[in-house]
Design a protein around this ligand. Sequence first.
Ligand code: ADP
Ligand code: ASP
Ligand code: MG
Length: 438
Amino acid sequence: MPVVMKFGGTSVADAAAFENVARIVANERDAAPIVIVSAMSGVTDSLLAATNIASLENVFERHRAVAYELLDPSQATAFINQLRAVADKIDALLQSPAEYKSLQDAIVSFGETLSSTLLAEVLNKKGIAARHVDARRCIITDEEFTSAAPLMAETFAQSQSELIPVLESGVVPVLGGFIGSTKQGVTTTLGRGGSDYTAALIGAALGVREIQIWTDVTGVLTADPRVVPEAQTIERLSYGEAAELAYFGAKVLHPKTIQPAIENSIPVRICNSRAPQEPGTLVGPETETSPRTIKAIAHKTGVTTVQISSARMLGAYGFLRKLFEVFDEHRTVVDVVTTSEVSVSLSLDDASALPAIVAELEQLGTVSVENGRAIICVVGEGLRRTPGIAARVFSTISDINVTLISQGASSINVTFAIEEERVKEAVTRLHDEFFCEK
Ligand code: ADP
Ligand code: ASP
Ligand code: MG
């Protein structure tokens, strides 16, 4: 059975990193690897910036500066007006909504197309027979440009027919992550960080032995290492634990990665391409309880919370349906939900449709919105059985105002919102409390 090996952007940052990837692939040569690769680090951001009017501000500013310095005020004003008209025209071209998103996908897809073509050539040069396979022929999606959803039957069939012959000829297939195409062959992408998802989809389609995610840290850590530098590698996680962590901010794994792995019982291993001998983290079906009960703390910022209060909710049915229909209509994903007799609180990652949503919610009750919130999620299978953990969590940060507390339906996480400014302090204190020997 083959293995999938996915390398993130930092694993292909420069020539030395490419060489390192070639060494790692060579070590797995006998396991029939299928290699998936992200764009070189920073490339997706640069390509995206090229499709964004804000990135042109510097261009306009340079013209403006020359006009102010060298022209008479009336001439300068006329020129600035012309400059503004140009900016508006470019903006209008970039804003034509349907085309813009598909144009954006077409442009950013070149990051993965280039890195995967290059990696296949590098592997060949190093004596590992490899062939570039266009991922857009394997991952078939709907037309939701910039965050397309794969069509599973088509994706599985296409991936098998594209990849099995390559594997059978003893050649290593190399594909770009993140990118796909509609049934009509128009380029799409799976959303930022989506190469992990490609790895899981290809792994499920081919029934691989293991999906390896090679990145710049040694596995999933007990907290985000950018906030808690002393965070430690977690040896094993259940699918449920990994899914909660990914969903609530542990960027090391794209939130959609786990689902195809669960459905096909494929283990997912997260490894460090700079320390390939370390075992990293193994994610699988086992639900073992760690002696500490809590396995990790994830967090995410930029969250908005919304509270709707209405006496009409009391003893009435149909209220929640109406409420969620509003979010549905505006295609807005709700993360955490808590309810009391007369109010519902919920959190959103993407608040772009909020003004329209609030206007409709106001017909159901009194609405209040708080921006600049953060969500913290404490995860561990043992939370199901161990009393007192929630009390310990909240007493550790008792001076920080906590809202929207939820013990997920799976009972393996405690999730809550606080103000964004205090999130680093809260995560650090919780990590000290649960992971540092005292
Ligand atoms: P790649 O480019 O390989 O996909 P990402 O940047 O998407 O890598 O993900 C790896 C990063 O995720 C790490 O460098 C780390 O900063 C961040 N991260 C956040 N939370 C965690 C966590 N709990 N464990 C490990 N890494 C985490
Ligand atoms: N290159 C894409 C991104 O930066 C996909 C990925 O790296 O997973 O979002
Ligand atoms: Mg990533």
